[in-house]
Design a protein around this ligand. Sequence first.
Ligand code: FAD
Ligand code: SF4
Length: 429
Amino acid sequence: MPFCQAHCPLQNNIPDWLKLTAEGRLEEAYELSQATNNMPEICGRICPQDKLCEGNCVIEQSGHGTVTIGAVEKYLSDTAWANGWVKPLKHRRVRAEHVGIIGAGPAGLAAAEELRRKGYKVTVYDRHDRAGGLLTYGIPNFKLEKDVVMRRVKRLEDGGIVFKLGFEVGRDASLADLREKHDAVFIATGAYRPREIDAPGVTLKHVVPALDYLIASNRKGFGDRVPDFDSGALDAKGKHVAVIGGGDTAMDCVRTAIRQGAKQVSCIYRRDMENMPGSLREVANADEEGIVFEWLTLPKAFLGKKKVEGVRLTRMRLGTPDHSGRKTPVEVEGADFTLNADLVIKALGFDAEDLPKIFDAPGLSVSRWGTLTTDPKTLATTMDGVFAGGDIARGASLVVWAIRDGRDAAAGIHNYLEAKAQTVLEAAE
Ligand SMILES: Cc1cc2nc3c(=O)[nH]c(=O)nc-3n(C[C@H](O)[C@H](O)[C@H](O)COP(=O)(O)OP(=O)(O)OC[C@H]3O[C@@H](n4cnc5c(N)ncnc54)[C@H](O)[C@@H]3O)c2cc1C
Ligand code: SF4
C-alpha cells in the first residue's frame, strides 16, 4: 500500500483518485474518495495532513514538494455537492433492529450513516441543540464552515436517521434505559473534561475555558443570542488576549481572537516549537497572522482584583526526557515577567469525563486515563451490546480517527446483531 494511503486513518485510495482527478474524471474520483470516507470535504479541510497523508507522500520526501491531497479531496467533494453527485442515503433492506447512538460528533454521525445504509433504525442522542459535536461547536468557522457540516447532518436526517437533540444521557436517561430501548448502543460522547491550571488567581473573571470561548464564537456565527459574548466576557475585541496551551485548540483560540479584533494575542507554551503537540501548519498560520508566541513559558499567577489584568510568567528550559521520551520543562530561576492580559483562555487539552458515573453504568470499564475500554476490532465495551469509539475511547484525537471508529463500530454492531439473530433462529429450530 502506498505510504500516503497507509498513513490515512481511513486508508483512502489516494493515488487512484488523484490519477482520476488529473484525467478530469471528477465524478469517478469523488465516488472513490467517498467510498471510504463519510465526510471527505470535512477531512479535506481540517485533517492535519502534514502529520498524515501529505507528510508521508513520497514525492514530498524526494524533495519535489508535496501533493496537496487534502485540498484535492475537498475540491472533489465540494464539486460533487455542487453538481448533485452526492446521493441521498438509501438502504436496500429494512431491518427490525434499532440502534441508539449517544453523541452526534463525527464518530456518531459516521456510525449512524453506515448502520442506516445497512437498514437499521437509528436514533442519535445529543445534549447540544445542533448535531456535529466539535465539528459544529469546537472547530472555528474559518477552518470549517458550518453549512458544510449542516448539509451532511441534513442528508442523514433525510435518510431516516432520527436526531434527539437537547437530550443528555445521565440527565434525561441512563445508559440502562437506552440499552433497554435499543438492540445495541454506540457511545461516542467525546472527551470534554478540561485540564486545569493550578495557579493563584485562576478563578478571576475573564479567565475562561477554551471551549466556552469557541462555542460562544461558533454560536454567534449561527446568529444565536449569546449573553456572555454580547456582554464582552467571551469576546476578544479590543483586548489583550493570552492563550495558554500549545495544541490545536490553542491555535484555534488565538486565530479566533485575531479575527474578533483583539489588540494583541499571545500564545503561552511551556515547551518549544519543535515539541508542540499541535500541527506545525497551524502554528505557521497563527504566526503569519501576527500571534506572539511565548515559547518555553509557564504561567505562575493570574493578576488582578476582580477581573484578570495580567499574567505572571516564568521562563523554562528543556531538561531530561520523561518516560514518554519528551524533554521535561524546568523553571529558570529569576526569569519571571508580567504580560498584560484582560482575557485569558485556558487551552490545555481535554480528558475523558467519568462516564461510568455520569451514565450510572459501573459495568463500563475504563483505562487509567478514564477512556472507555473497547475491543480494538469490534469496539465492543465491557457491557453486552454497548460499543464505544471516537475521543471517549481514544482520548482527545482527530476527526478522521473518529470517523474511522464510527465505521468500525457500525461493522462491530452489525456483526453482533447478526450473530444474535442467528442464535435466536437456531434456538427456534
Ligand atoms: C477546538 C478544537 C479544535 C479541533 N480541531 C481539529 C482539527 O482541526 N482537525 C481534527 O482532525 N481534529 C480537531 N479536533 C479534534 C476533533 O474535533 C475530535 O477528535 C473529534 O470531534 C472527536 O469526535 P467524537 O465524535 O468522538 O466526539 P465529539 O466531536 O466531541 O462529539 C461528541 C458529542 O457527544 C455529545 N455528548 C457528550 N456527552 C453527552 C451526553 N451525556 N449525552 C448526550 N450527548 C453527549 C456532545 O454534545 C458532542 O456533540 C479539535 C478539537 C477541538 C476541541
Ligand atoms: S482523510 Fe485526512 S489523512 Fe486521509 S486522505 Fe483525507 S486529508 Fe489525508
